[in-house]
Design a binder for this molecule. Structure first.
Ligand code: SAH
Length: 221
């Protein structure tokens, strides 16, 4: 069975990532390594390598493998980086990031999902990644600066609190928009302290809910 997952993982990397233009060796290698089947709902392991997002409970999803890879490549995550993820969900993207970067901190709004993600990462022995329960829409509560920030939920705009935590030269990748239409954007903190912003792709993410995201009770179209 284990062997079977290894094969599925190789196929995923070839057909879903390389065939679609992902070329960062660091990202491809990390995605060859992390067992995605350990991050889906129990009983759904056989579908873990499908070319799609999947439900993980609490009304949330584990992102499509291609989107995970696209965001990491766009954020130029490399060895030695200190990385922040907002929206840890299953913990899968944080796990992949931890195989590339020096250290990963991931914030998850749902206590339930945060606890499950923490358990999965501990079971895999991934020691350089921490999951914190809370609202990450305004940034990492612990403070500090990050070389790369990935946000896995779509906000009304790029939160100023998150931009403020980009190190000089740091990159932030996140979806912006509502369910009517979202765009993946990349923000770079340039040396004079200003921010460059570019659009990457049309995407569909769950909403970023919090102080610098959407309001909880706000009707979202
Ligand atoms: N990266 C995840 C995908 C998670 S989906 C994975 O690999 O599985 C997005 C997640 O963002 C959801 O779990 C949702 O609960 C979380 N989220 C939404 N708003 C948030 C906020 N303000 N702070 C932290 N997490 C948030």
């Amino acid at each position: 069975m284990k062997q079977d997952y290894a094969e599925q993982r190789e196929r995923m990397v070839a057909t879903q990532l390389i065939a679609r233009g992902i070329h960062s060796e660091a990202v491809l290698q990390a995605m060859r390594t992390v067992p995605r089947e350990a991050f889906v709902e129990p009983g759904f392991e056989e579908f873990a390598y499908r070319d799609s997002a999947m439900a993980i409970g609490e009304g949330q999803t584990i992102s499509q493998p291609f989107i995970v890879a696209l965001m990491m490549e766009a954020a130029e995550v490399t060895a030695g980086d200190v990385v922040l993820e907002i929206g840890a969900g299953s913990g899968y993207a944080a796990a992949v990031l931890s195989r590339i970067a020096a250290r990963v901190s991931a914030v998850e709004r749902s206590e339930v999902l945060a606890r499950r993600a923490r358990e999965r990462l501990a079971a895999l022995g991934y020691g350089n990644v921490e999951i914190v329960a809370g609202d990450g829409s305004g940034g990492w509560p612990g403070g500090g600066c990050f070389d790369a920030i990935l946000v896995a939920a779509a906000g009304p705009d790029v939160p100023p609190g998150l931009k403020a935590q980009l190190a000089p030269g740091g990159r932030l990748v996140m979806p912006v928009g509502d369910t009517g239409g979202q765009t993946l954007v990349k923000v770079r903190r340039v040396p004079n302290g200003a921010f460059d912003q570019e659009k990457l792709a049309d995407v569909a993410f769950v909403p970023l809910v919090g102080a610098q995201g959407w309001a909880d009770e706000e009707p979202r179209p």
